[in-house]
Design a protein around this ligand. Sequence first.
Ligand SMILES: NC(=O)c1ccc[n+]([C@@H]2O[C@H](COP(=O)([O-])OP(=O)(O)OC[C@H]3O[C@@H](n4cnc5c(N)ncnc54)[C@H](OP(=O)(O)O)[C@@H]3O)[C@@H](O)[C@H]2O)c1
Length: 351
Amino acid sequence: MSTHQKALVLPIKQGTFELHSVPIPTPGPGQLLVRMHAVALNPVDWKVQARGILVEDYPFILGTDNAGTVEVIGEEVYGFSKGDRVFTQGTFESTHGGFQQYALFNASVTAKIPENLTFEQAATIPVGLGTAVLGLYTPRTPEDIECGSAQLTAPWDSDGRGIYAGRPFVVLGASSSVGQYALQLARLSGFSPIIVTASLHHTDYLKSLGATHVVDRHLPFEALRSNLAAITSKPFEVIFDAVSLPDTQSVAYDLLAPGGCLVLVLFPAITLIANKRIAKVFGQVNFPPENLEVGVSLYKVLPELLAEGAIQPNRVEVIPGGLGGIRAGLDRLKNDTVSGVKLVVRSQETA
Ligand SMILES: NC(=O)c1ccc[n+]([C@@H]2O[C@H](COP(=O)([O-])OP(=O)(O)OC[C@H]3O[C@@H](n4cnc5c(N)ncnc54)[C@H](OP(=O)(O)O)[C@@H]3O)[C@@H](O)[C@H]2O)c1
């Protein structure tokens, strides 16, 4: 095996991505070295590059939606063999970044890819699903604004499947990657009706994932409110705002019932009221420990949930050019021109 590989490196804070040859990392205890086949792009990737957030040590290798085959197994790793098809969430360390051809995976939050999924489909799952799961099912205190959760019972806990039957659930921005997974989790948890907002050309697709009602995301607030009131008179105790821009936050918070919980994927931009909770999710299954605990239980059940079709991956759009195609893909995410698909790169196609 060669000692070096191709990687898309961010050389300095707010610099320009460059293709470099870098050493292939060595797995430590609890880690796998994985030959990357597919990596999906996320909004955080362009935000780190453009805004200089989250990362302090450069040069840096991004990429947190990672799928490939096991190449080398570190010490204290059990249950994996060389050649296994696996996926995980990257940890925001260069050795674990997916924008390279070989990356380290933490074995406790790595799952085998079931036969019904491609590498590209598997790569759409870790960040989007992890964020939705952590925002709904982590047993955190709601006051923890950095790392909040609605503190629901997960569908894979004992008696968890269908436990919230008869209670409504709202997802704003359900055609986003995170939104698609939040919607599917709501279905597994039994919520009904599941009312989502999106551009209406996604209606059939979102209904196939479990939405009972799809409402045009471009409606003004009063029209949205009356649409929802016509669907159900029950209180909205859980709302997942997968967009979390100031205007969607304020709409969601207004719709939320007293005592309810609004899950946000970005920091709160609204004035809080005492009897309406907000949970700003930290969508990382590797840390802190409370997230890791939920992540480990999620990755244990994931292969089965995916094999039985209980959770569907996002739809995939493959970007040509391997790692060299990432820059153009991130520009599309930044310009908000990606709709209802996940952009994925095939790592080994890099020129
Ligand atoms: N807190 C965390 O740890 C965490 C983790 C992951 C993601 N995030 C954040 O979550 C957000 C979503 O990420 P993502 O990867 O899921 O995004 P994405 O898939 O790229 O989102 C694109 C979708 O957003 C929808 N959208 C845009 N503006 C909307 C609005 N005003 N109302 C309703 N839908 C709207 C579009 O809907 P239509 O096509 O239907 O028009 C489009 O399908 C990003 O800001 C990301 O940074 C946070």
